[in-house]
Design a protein around this ligand. Structure first.
Ligand code: GCU
Length: 726
């Protein structure tokens, strides 16, 4: 009790300091676009010297917005207002433009940077030196400006620049699972930022700042409503609201997309059927597309969840996924829109391992989809678990565009109270070798379209954004939004580089902060795997809420929602046999991958229980028994959260008190929850293994029954008034 009150008083003191030190207070709203003062005076003087004059034509809204961003940022970082000029001043001018505007200075823009790429170059213009930010399009200029600003935000030299970059992926999209009543499915950062009731009349500043943040990392699309879609979104009343958002997004190079309900022709149009081959249905969608493009000429297209988790789809009418997707594609094609058709399908009535179902459903349709259809595939075969092997569809449909779907919102990663930097998860999947086109056919290369240049390409991230002051609930969850944008632009980028940039832009360039914090960020996802689902365990969370541990769940609405379906623990052992002797899901991978994961000598520990069912005494590489290894992972997982907290404590004073205190409190919550995961899972699995937990490990605070009986009321992310128990 005494210990508790000291802790409590310390926190109060910290909060008090945070409250009085207004100058240092920071609610995190500005994300990585903080534009903090450059504190290194020599560096700042150098920047000021080189950025005295600016030639920046502002013919379009996009160019005007880019210029405004540049001016705000330079004022914030350097208290500098470059003078507008028409002439080059020696060594002091930045020229920004497209081929048309740069012609006057005899500067040509290389075609190789494409329509969205940019080139930032220190160069002689006539006799004088200057910096040129050039692109073929206005949006390319915007990306160039943001990246130029990043150099200053991260305190890099701008003396001899020659940076050329372009996106490797065409459609870089955030998927919002936002409902029209402003709840967010699997959202842990408040309500939906789209205030549908006040739209279209009120255009919130948040919409603009959202678009700016996206543009700064190259995100060029936004699906604003939930995949479990409400047909109303296509009504004229809502299309006017969508139009108002589209008008904001356009300035920042972002297209708007809508999730659509396959039965909309019935629900909204009053038709008797939504059969995709029915002429009246086809006409309804074609007319609807015309109507949408009337409101939004640059509308991006549709995202569709069909015949999945109770959603209607073409199979409801005896048709195929290809029939459904192609019908919508025909409606959008005259307007150059696309259909993002999700492969997240599984059915408990299908008597096969859930792992295999999406592949079984989609693979036969390779090459059968229209050119403007892209199949959106989750990174792994089940559902955004802390660790999954890559989805076997990647590489298996060489004649079909496949779009990566990552989940930024932390449905299975501790919601917004756990610090989990997801870039290593993205990278692990993207760098996996599918072997489908020989060695080195990484998932990233499949997604980039390296093996079939005719295909459109895309990457989607399920957004973690809400009305919380800091947008994402946890200050560090912003890094997942940021990292997604960077990896969608260029999937081979390093998680460490991205983390470093994000920390510098969001907090400080102080190396004594960046270095230790970056290293725990990079470790953070592995920590969470360890305290939740080590050694290839998966889907053992609380039922429905997906909050907290629930390895005992065996009475969910469907067998394939039960934890016991996935871990299969009994007195003989644990794990899901997906080898030839089991469900043979491994046969969906290329022979090299199958051989590697099927063989216990080569299957990495990380994937072990994904593919193998083993006895509790099975001897692991470490020499420990499987049981001891499992326990070891659970304990190091929770312990690493403690270590992270100790490192964070040393950061006090290096950043603003407000965010320091918030993160400190969050880490304490995370440690409690990690400990609960550890103790609940170890106690539960011990009922089968009947083996001891080493005496050196701290004992669980409660018996198993306590954890099983925990009830969590009004857990965020599931909408409505309902509460669920584990
Ligand atoms: C998960 C998630 C659902 C979501 C679904 C999807 O199952 O729990 O809330 O609707 O994924 O991706 O469609």
């Amino acid at each position: 009790m005494a210990k508790y009150s000291i802790k409590y008083m310390c926190l109060l003191a910290l909060l008090f300091i945070a409250a009085i030190s207004k100058v240092y207070a920071n609610d995190g709203y500005k994300l990585w676009l903080e534009y903090n003062k450059v504190t290194n005076t020599q560096l700042a003087a150098g920047y000021r010297q080189q950025l005295k004059y600016m030639i920046f034509p502002t013919a379009s809204d996009q160019l005007k917005a880019s210029k405004a961003e540049l001016l705000t940022a330079l004022d914030g970082m350097l208290t500098l207002k470059p003078a507008d000029t028409k002439n080059i001043m020696s060594g002091q001018t930045v020229i920004i433009g497209t081929p048309q505007t740069l012609k006057a200075f005899s500067i040509s823009v290389p075609d190789s940077i494409g329509t969205e790429g940019y080139l930032i170059k220190t160069t002689l213009i006539g006799q004088k030196k200057g910096i040129v930010i050039m692109a073929n399009t206005d949006v390319g200029v915007m990306y160039g400006v943001f990246n130029f600003l990043k150099l200053i935000q991260t305190n890099q030299s701008i003396n001899k620049l020659n940076i050329s970059d372009h996106p490797r992926i065409m459609y870089r999209v955030l998927d919002h699972w936002d409902n029209l009543n402003r709840t967010v499915e699997r959202g842990y950062a408040g309500s939906s930022i789209w205030n549908w009731h006040k739209l279209p009349g009120i255009v919130d500043q948040r919409y603009i700042d959202y678009a700016r943040a996206n543009a700064s990392v190259g995100i060029n699309g936004s699906v604003v409503n939930n995949v479990n879609a409400d047909a109303l979104i296509l009504s004229p009343q809502y299309l006017l609201k969508v139009q108002a958002l589209a008008n904001v997004f356009r300035t920042y190079g972002i297209r708007i997309y809508l999730s659509v309900k396959f039965s909309s022709p019935v629900e909204l149009g009053g038709l008797k059927t939504a059969d995709p081959l029915d002429p009246a249905v086809k006409k309804w969608w074609a007319d609807k597309a015309d109507e949408i493009y009337h409101y939004i000429p640059d509308f991006g297209g549709f995202l569709v969840k069909a015949n999945s988790e109770g959603q209607p789809g073409p199979q409801s009418y005896g048709r195929t996924h290809a029939d459904g997707a192609n019908m919508l594609a025909d409606a959008l094609a005259p307007h150059h829109g696309i259909v993002m058709w999700r492969a997240f399908v599984y059915d408990n009535k299908v008597p096969d391992d859930r792992f295999k179902q999406a592949y079984n459903e989609f693979k036969p349709f390779d090459g059968k989809f229209k050119d403007n259809v892209i199949i959106q595939v989750k990174n792994g075969p089940i559902d955004f678990q802390p660790r999954e092997p890559f989805h076997p569809l990647f590489g298996a449909m060489p004649n079909t565009p496949l779009m990566m779907e990552f989940q930024l919102t932390q449905e299975y990663l501790g919601f917004s109270t756990h610090l989990v930097y997801e870039a290593p998860l993205f990278a692990e999947c993207l760098q996996s070798d599918t072997y489908t086109h020989g060695r080195g056919s990484t998932v990233a290369r499949v997604v980039k379209g390296d093996f079939n240049r005719k295909l459109i390409t895309g990457m989607a991230g399920v957004a973690n954004i809400g009305t919380d002051l800091n947008w994402c609930g946890h200050p560090f969850a912003q890094a997942n939004w940021y990292a997604f944008g960077r990896m969608a632009w260029s999937p081979d980028q390093s998680s460490a580089v991205i983390a470093g940039d994000w920390l510098r832009m969001t907090f400080t360039n102080d190396e004594n902060f960046v270095s230790p914090v970056k290293s725990f960020m990079l470790q953070s996802r592995e920590n969470t795997v360890n305290y939740m689902t080590p050694l290839g365990l998966h889907h053992i969370m609380g039922v429905s809420t997906h909050y907290g541990p629930g390895p005992w769940v065996d009475n969910a609405g469907r067998p394939d929602w039960n934890a016991t379906y996935y871990h299969r623990a009994d007195s003989a052992g644990i794990g899901f046999d997906r080898t030839t002797s089991g469900s043979n899901a491994l046969s969906q991978y290329a022979p090299e991958v199958k051989a590697n994961w099927e063989n216990l000598q080569t299957c990495p520990d990380e994937y072990l229980l994904w593919f193998h069912r083993l006895s509790w005494t099975y001897k692991m590489r470490s020499g420990r028994s499987l049981w001891d290894e499992l326990v070891h992972h659970y304990y190091i997982g929770a312990d690493s959260v403690k270590q992270m907290g100790l490192t964070w404590d040393k950061m006090q004073g290096k950043i603003d008190a407000e965010r320091f205190t918030e993160v400190k409190q969050l880490m304490e919550v995370q440690l409690n929850e990690a400990t609960t995961w550890r103790d609940a899972c170890v106690l539960y699995f011990q009922t089968f293994s009947k083996m001891p937990v080493g005496a050196a490990y701290p004992k669980p605070e409660h018996p198993l029954d306590y954890y099983k009986k925990l009830k969590f009321y009004y857990v965020p992310g599931i909408g409505g008034n309902n509460y669920m128990t584990n």
